[in-house]
Design a protein around this ligand. Structure first.
Ligand code: HEM
Length: 128
């Protein structure tokens, strides 16, 4: 596997869990309503609770917490139009290049954070 996205010091990861997690439950894992901080990428939920420096309340990347942040991560965006929970899960409009960026983030998170479940009710983008 490519070493490009490996952490400098190896991280001890638990076996990935496949528990269904609803959008509403995910929203509560925002470091405010509960102490847990979860971030989902393409429906896979990662537990980032221990990384307060990056994801804690008031920190730069807190905007990703408690939601599926696929759209924002793929677009390298911290803007509300990409991070607001009603749209942040929607990566259907991303370019090939942005989808590759998103997959690289998936690898980055997989190497650092435990997978605790899957979003069970991700909204499906309506076909026009
Ligand atoms: C001026 C622009 C930016 C600077 C200077 C910056 C800087 C950094 C630094 C220093 C790290 C830590 C790297 C490490 O732990 O080795 C980091 C991590 C990260 N950055 Fe940025 N960043 C910028 C913009 C962005 C944007 C626009 C996004 C939106 C996707 C983003 C998302 C992230 C994420 C998700 C992490 C990983 C945090 C973790 O889990 O450790 N960054 N950034």
């Amino acid at each position: 596997m490519s070493k490009k996205f490996m952490p400098k010091t190896p991280v001890d990861l638990a076996p990935p869990r496949d528990d269904p997690i609803t959008m509403a439950e995910l929203a509560k894992c925002d470091g405010e309503q509960t102490e847990k901080m979860y971030i989902a990428i393409k429906g896979t939920v990662f537990d980032v609770s221990h990384n307060h420096a990056a994801y804690g309340v008031g920190k730069g990347y807190h905007v990703f917490v408690g939601k599926d942040a696929s759209r924002a991560l793929g677009k390298s965006s911290l803007k509300p139009e990409d991070t607001s929970p009603d749209i942040s899960w929607d990566y259907s409009t991303l370019t090939e290049k942005q989808l590759k960026v998103l997959d690289d983030w998936f690898t980055f998170f997989s190497n650092r954070y435990n997978i605790v479940g899957r979003v069970s009710d991700l909204p499906v983008k309506k076909e026009i």
